[in-house]
Design a protein around this ligand. Structure first.
Ligand code: FES
Length: 259
């Protein structure tokens, strides 16, 4: 079994406060909240974001990259886009120092030990459930068809953006427009099909290795290409400037529970 390592002096870390420490070669985010120390991996399970750099509020830390929140007491993922817990480690206070013992894996070995004062057992809160749109897939499909069929007027950038709202991230269940993934929409007369439009869409991803990327591109082409006024749809992936949670609309932030 791993042993405890002294990682900091108690007086070094304000309350509330956080710091980054190394334990047996692993980077660990150490927190001090209401007189109790907690330790979790400095790794967001969404895409490796550095949790120690995030915003600490009460017992929650927000990943600075895309806003997923974790419970510092248990490592539980509390909000999208993270769905898996990060590792929580054992912590004790002894001889004026904070000591951390690594756990083998997330959720292993019962509740984490914490130092300084008695810590009530904390059950892992459930991850925020993904909520499909209230209207449901069938209604959404109908809406998309109506827009694509030209019921909302001649094709223009605004209409394309409305159509794109039917494309939803398969993990987050938020449409790609409200997520802030659409950087640009350009319409130009088709060189191949007279009277129709070539639509170029500049789209980004929440992370370079976003597993939903191929599906989002395919759904975008399918939805926009369904318009009778469209001859071709070109999706250009752009990673500059990088996507951040600031690009989301308030509706998307509410849906994902991001403060
Ligand atoms: S890397 Fe943490 S939310 Fe994406």
């Amino acid at each position: 079994m791993a042993s405890f390592h002294r990682v900091a002096d108690v007086a070094e870390i304000p309350d509330p406060g956080k710091t980054l420490v190394e334990v047996d070669g692993d980077m660990v985010a150490l927190f001090h909240v209401e007189g109790v120390f907690y330790a979790i991996d400095d790794v967001c399970t969404h895409d490796g974001g550095p949790l120690a750099d995030g915003e600490l509020r009460d017992h929650k830390i927000a990943c600075p990259r895309h806003g997923a929140k974790f419970d510092i007491r248990t490592g539980a993922a509390l909000s999208m886009p993270a769905v898996r817990s990060t590792r929580a480690h054992d912590v004790k206070v002894e001889d004026g120092g904070v000591w951390v013992r690594l756990r083998a894996e997330a959720g292993a070995g019962g509740p984490p030990l914490h130092g300084t004062i008695a810590t009530p057992a904390v059950a892992a809160p459930p991850a925020t459930p993904a909520t499909p749109t209230a209207a449901g897939p069938a209604a959404a499909a109908g809406s998309a068809a109506a827009v694509a069929a030209g019921e909302a007027g001649p094709l223009c950038e605004d209409r394309v953006r409305e159509i794109l709202k039917e494309v939803k991230d398969p993990e987050l269940f938020v449409n790609i427009v409200d997520l802030g993934l659409i950087y640009g929409v350009t319409l130009s007369p088709s060189a191949d099909v007279p009277g129709k439009q070539h639509v170029a869409i500049d789209m980004t991803m929440t992370s370079p290795a976003c597993p939903a990327g191929p599906q989002l591109i395919a759904d975008t082409k399918r939805c926009v290409g369904a318009s009778p006024e469209v001859a071709a749809v070109e999706v250009r992936i752009v990673m500059e400037p990088p996507w951040t949670p600031d690009r989301m609309t308030d509706a998307a932030r509410d849906q994902l529970g991001i403060f």
